[in-house]
Design a protein around this ligand. Sequence first.
Ligand SMILES: [Ca+2]
Ligand SMILES: [Ca+2]
Ligand SMILES: [Zn+2]
Length: 531
Amino acid sequence: MQSSTYPQDKERVVTRTWKLGLIGACCAMWGAACGEAPVDPTRDNTPETRQAALAALGRVEVVDAGRDGTPSFIRGTLGTVDRSLVSLKAADALAPVLRGLAPVFGLRAEELTVRTSRTDELGYTHVRYDQTRHGVPVKGGELVVHVDDKGLVYAANGSARGAGEPSTLARLPLHAVTDAALEGLETLKVEGEPRFVYFLGAEGPLSAAYEVLRVGTREDAPAKDRVYVDASSGRVLDVHPLIHGGLNRRVHSANNQWTTPGTLRRQEGGGATGDAHIDRNYDHIGTTYACYETIFGRDSFDDRGATITSTVHYGSAYVNAYWDGIQIVFGDGDNVNSGQLGLDLDVVSHEITHAVTQYESGLVYRNESGALNESLSDIAAAICESWARGGALDADVWKIGEDIWTPNISGDALRYMDNPTRDNSSRDFYPERYTGTADNGGVHWNSGIPNLVFKLLVTGGTHPRGKSGVNVGGIGMNRAAQTFYFAATTYFTSTTTMSQAKAYTVQAATDRYDASVVNSVRDAWSAAGVP
Ligand SMILES: [Ca+2]
Ligand SMILES: [Ca+2]
Ligand SMILES: [Zn+2]
């Protein structure tokens, strides 16, 4: 039995423009019998218009482009803003520049809405825009515009692009939309009301879609997904899992309970409770906070001092930990596969970093972007363990979860950043990446590839299984950490791929360091086979 929270079906229409408003009213009245969408005479994303926009900007290099030729990463002299306005009023200051920049991506400036603006330790400001169409969010369309400390707009990257209107405005009734989002999933139900959006894939026109939030359990684990359902066909266009699991669950529990946050046992400044899982978890959260604050100047996962809420002793013999979009959660383990998960600093840093990623790029937890999301969490675990142990770079720094994994076996770990295939499931070479659908598209397996990239970048060296002949010159933990952190927070978007991550970390290194460091970053990705 599938359930939804809707008392009645509702029909939603786009009413932001007079023309579409009329068509929408027609749809509401006639349902699926409605006709073709109007051709939008202002939509203009062709090679000629993009080239003209690029030429008007001046000296610009197209670093990367999407399948239809729309640039996804440009740099050069894209414009200038009043330096004094950069940090406080970046979005306002950028408005005139955006008018010339948007057409490079086949867009108009008014189709880009500021989401965030941040100024980094170099004084560079990075403004993230979300794409809209007729005032409706275009999911999958993002642009980040970068301004240096002198007011030069030096780069822009992202997935935003001008795309045609959907070919039909016919809308399914909402009960059909929620049924489509729940098909075959009896342990999930829809929460809240579906939201009308446009969905932008890697190519082709916009799809009219509904964003549906579904929650419940899947394979006995908590599940929460945003599902994008085509508004006319009911086809599921994409699924964005919102629960970011720390470990692969290895054991099923017969009697799990799924209640968070539970009873408050210890809050900031409170004394030890005598319960080791609570007290050490509390300490590890503090260590992770201090690591981010000291190394990156970051104030909690939202960079605004958010309270970090944690639940331990979760479920029964539960071998997992996760970030659920709001808080971190740790099981007690089963004492065979793992001990209590909240006792391990790696696991705590890993889960808190999922929150950091959610508040920054929002890397979708699926396929390559999901593997990067996982990897950033493992990388932060290595950074914070090394930092907490006075800059150590020994074997344990590159092991993930070694303090709690298999209590009866010494020396092993959940994952190995220096030799990812040692866990018998992770991948370490891009041409051999996992391309199936399990594990959200291999997020915990393909994370081995960027994990190895980071490890080689820190220490230098070659591929552990000799898969490439590249010998990486190590740049040390601090410069590698700064490069990855600033790439992830200022260049990554929700759909960033491995190749794009390479380009963005190269750019972050170019912003900060000399050519030898930049070459090391490029070499580290090449060593793991990332083109
Ligand atoms: Ca470790
Ligand atoms: Ca062990
Ligand atoms: Zn994770």
